[in-house]
Design a protein around this ligand. Structure first.
Ligand code: PA5
Length: 362
């Protein structure tokens, strides 16, 4: 482990590589759920394949969902960006855009089924006459869908929503395939499941820090403010996912941004952001398919802006878009859990979110 003295290596290895220590810090086994991402994706995909008869292709596809239930929509939007003839809009709010109407299709995603913003937007979609599909483990969303005859996908209960990513994204992919709206998804999902299985084994908790790049990156992020950059539309959602997993699992503040937009504002902010030295740690999510112009932008950005910050590149794996983006997500999910261990916090509880919801209800 470069940059660490022997005592530090011993501490890091104790926290990350000792199974007893890991289970003491992670009693609900968040890391075990992360490494099951490929299985959840496969099962979620199959649930989507059983959705009823195909509606005609929409004028517009909307995905409603907050936090851990909204990220599936962000990933879907990146995956479909330049391959379908309809726009994909992700709504993370109570209300819908004014243009939503009967020719649009809406996926309402809420793991608990009780998220007030999603329920409100779901009702608004009904009033607008849009065709709705719900994805949930139960709660009010399931009750309302059942009562109104809206098709819905029942996903397994009992998980933290952010650990259920495969169950939230998979059904939408399965439905799009079943309805014939997108080519090539079956092959992409098959490849992604295989690639993620292999990577889970390579980066999982049993692999010691000395051989595990996810544990090594977590070590580099201790005490730093992570800045996660995406290089494309595809990896944009992965960068957002990194940020939110670092927030919720590691309990740290983090930021994210995407090329080329960040070259038109944030790059200037680096003039002082590097001070004091050692505060920020940049993680760039790289894709072998990054266009040459974006690669050049990254090189120049390093030279003109990022100078003093620590910089790490994480590369996508696999061929298809789904493997590439989900391999970046998997690596980040594992880094966030390993960083939780190093911060000596339990990755699962999200006390501030629970408290906020409780107070809004009362
Ligand atoms: O990770 C979390 O717990 C949150 O981001 C939730 O996903 C978010 O609050 C929305 O809740 P739900 O996923 O149940 O709709």
């Amino acid at each position: 482990m470069p940059g660490l003295d022997l005592e530090e290596i011993a501490i890091v290895s104790y926290v990350l590589d000792d199974a007893g220590r890991r289970s003491a810090l992670d009693p609900q086994d968040m890391v075990g759920l992360v490494v099951r991402t490929p299985e959840f994706l496969r099962e979620g995909w199959e649930l989507g394949l059983h959705l009823g008869s195909p509606p005609p292709p929409p004028r517009h596809l909307l995905v409603l969902g907050m936090g851990g239930s909204g990220i599936g929509g962000d990933l879907l939007r990146g995956l479909l960006y330049d391959r379908v003839g309809f726009p994909v809009t992700v709504v993370k709010d109570y209300s819908l855009p004014a243009w939503v109407g009967p020719q649009d299709v809406v996926f309402a995603c809420s793991y608990s089924g009780n998220t007030e913003e999603t329920l409100s937007a779901y009702e608004a979609a009904g009033r607008a006459g849009a065709r709705r599909v719900a994805v949930t483990s139960g709660g009010q969303l399931a009750d309302r869908a059942r009562a109104e005859g809206v098709p819905w996908v029942r996903i397994p209960p009992g998980l933290p929503p952010r650990a259920a990513l495969g169950y939230l994204l998979g059904p939408m992919l399965g439905a799009l395939h079943r309805w014939g709206w997108t080519e090539g998804l079956e092959e992409e999902v098959g490849e992604a499941v295989a690639v993620l299985r292999e990577l889970s084994a390579r980066w999982g908790p049993e692999v010691p820090t000395a051989d595990n790049p996810a544990k090594q990156l977590a070590r580099a992020l201790v005490g730093r403010l992570p800045v996660v950059y995406a290089t494309s539309r595809l990896s944009e959602a992965a960068a957002l996912r990194w940020k939110t997993q670092l927030n919720e699992n590691s309990k740290v503040y983090a930021t994210w941004n995407v090329f080329p937009e960040l070259n038109h504002n944030e790059t200037v902010g680096w003039a002082l952001a590097g001070q004091p030295e050692g505060l920020l740690e940049v993680v760039v999510l790289r894709d072998p398919e990054d266009p040459p112009r974006l690669v050049r932008r990254l090189e120049i950005t390093r030279e003109v802006a990022l100078g003093a910050a620590g910089l790490h590149e994480v590369w996508a794996h696999g061929h298809g878009r789904l493997s590439r983006v989900l391999s970046l997500v998997l690596f980040g999910d594992l880094v966030s859990v390993y960083l939780a261990y190093l911060n000596e916090v339990d990755p699962t509880p999200v006390a501030a979110i629970d408290e906020l919801k409780r107070r809004l209800e009362s």
